[in-house]
Design a protein around this ligand. Structure first.
Ligand code: EPU
Length: 419
């Protein structure tokens, strides 16, 4: 099991290329199951979560070829079952449900279970499938869904904690091959949902309104193969912007989409950093310690939950009191106890973190838990005194392509060692 050693105190300067979006690529790869013809998907990041998704697709009978960021999937004949030993590795495996139901009118997928960021129910996904005429039941740890035929319907996918990203994706993927028109109300409007809709439309689907709270899908009888390039990863981009702010220096992102980063850029500007954008570039200049900030995570275009831990690491390094409210995954604060080991002063009150800036933190051995919490620990280590030893880095490798190499390229002193 690898660990990452971060030697604090080396300013970051230079250019880093943003990879393709993990959270776009995962449902797009699954969507290739919707056609018997080959699909070619490029700008696919080299991550363990992507590897698991490709394993699932191969298991389902698709031929999968992959070479330097380009994946060719040909799902001429497919099985409709995804077993526990593959699915358990990644919650996003649930996004094969929509394509299987759309194409084969049935799916049996092992339930992914909870994860460290909280309970991860799929009730809203099932609500959407049921609105289209499917029946679902949980049996022996699997969710089984089947439908004689799928008929368009209107369904509201708002849950207690707001819209659902993969739920919107899943229902959209089932509805593209349904009879008639489906309307998803309270849809997720994340850029990754738009990217999936664009891919499906290139396959011959008729989807309107992706990126708004109301998506209309006119069913078609079949889809065809196509080519598509995945959008840049806005969370990876945001993570390097925060790294630039913490590291202090001048960091420029290339192959980014600044239009997807509005709330993150605004938060950084409010804390006192200079951020400039170009067509596909973003530049952050470190400017001393951050000013305190009040931040609430919200569905897009609000501040993303996937950037909350990284921002928390930054705010610890300032002075004054910052408050972060987490409204998407109220228990997503695993980074807090590890940051405290590095000297942070954070009080948790339910889904709110009150951060009293301590200025400099000190390096310590810490444990990576979920993907974004782990990235936050690496970022905290960039400025901490001494060495931060981040254990269980496989969590980071799930979602950050070569994070150590990219940070080293920017001037950080980081080492990956076998534990
Ligand atoms: N929810 C329900 N019922 C459902 C589905 C979701 O109550 O059927 C709740 C969730 O428990 C959560 C909220 O709704 O409280 C939002 O969850 P959502 O369904 O939007 O999350 P997701 O689609 O499972 C994706 C990303 C996450 C990201 C969230 C929110 C992928 C593969 N995952 O998850 O990314 O945090 O949207 O933006 O796209 C990450 O990359 O680190 C990550 C966790």
């Amino acid at each position: 099991m690898d660990k990452i050693l971060v030697y604090g105190g080396h300013p970051l300067n230079g250019t880093v290329r943003v990879s393709g979006s993990k959270n776009s690529a995962l449902p797009i790869l699954a969507a290739a199951l919707l056609t018997r013809e080959p699909c070619v998907i490029s700008n696919v990041p080299d991550l363990s979560d992507i590897h698991y998704m490709l394993q699932i697709l191969s298991h389902m009978g698709a031929s999968v070829e992959r070479a330097s960021g380009v994946v060719r999937i040909h799902a001429e004949k497919i099985k409709t079952e995804a077993p526990y030993d593959i699915v358990r590795k990644m919650r996003a495996s649930v996004c094969v449900l929509g394509p299987l139901l759309g194409r084969e009118k049935e799916a049996t997928v092992s339930l992914p279970g909870g994860c460290v960021i909280g309970d991860r129910p799929i009730d809203l996904h099932l609500k959407g499938f049921e609105a289209l005429g499917a029946v679902s039941r949980i049996e022996h740890g699997n969710v089984k869904i089947f439908a004689g035929e799928l008929r368009g319907a209107t369904v509201n996918l708002r849950g207690k904690l707001g819209p659902t990203v993969l739920g919107t994706d899943n229902v959209m993927m089932a509805a593209v091959l349904a009879e008639g028109t489906t309307v998803i109300e309270s849809a997720a409007a994340e850029p990754e949902v738009v990217d999936l809709a664009n891919f499906l439309n290139k396959m011959g689907a008729r989807i309107e309104g992706a990126g708004t709270r109301r998506i209309v899908i006119h069913g078609v009888s079949e889809l065809h193969g196509t080519e598509h390039a995945v959008i840049p990863d806005r969370i990876e981009a945001g993570t390097y912007l925060v790294a630039g702010a913490i590291g202090g220096g001048d960091v420029r992102l290339i192959r980014a989409d600044p239009t997807h980063l509005g709330s993150v850029i605004e938060a950084l500007q409010k804390t006192g950093y200079s951020v400039e954008t170009g067509a596909d570039t973003v530049r952050v200049r470190g400017n001393g310690a951050p000013r305190p900030l009040q931040l609430t995570t919200e569905p897009y275009p609000g501040f993303p939950t996937d950037m909350q831990a990284q921002m928390c690491a930054l705010l610890c390094q300032g002075s004054g009191i910052s408050v972060i409210r987490e409204t998407i995954f109220p228990q997503r604060f695993m980074h807090v106890s590890e940051l405290k080991r590095m000297g942070a002063d954070i009080a948790l009150d339910g889904h709110t973190a009150v951060i009293s800036g301590v200025g400099k933190m000190s390096g310590a051995p810490v444990m990576a838990s979920d993907l974004r919490a782990s990235a936050a620990l690496v970022l905290a280590g960039l400025k901490a005194d001494g060495v931060t030893e981040v254990n269980r880095v496989y969590h980071i490798d799930r979602g950050y392509e070569r994070i150590d190499e990219k940070l080293i390229q920017l001037g950080a002193k980081i080492e990956r060692v076998k534990a």
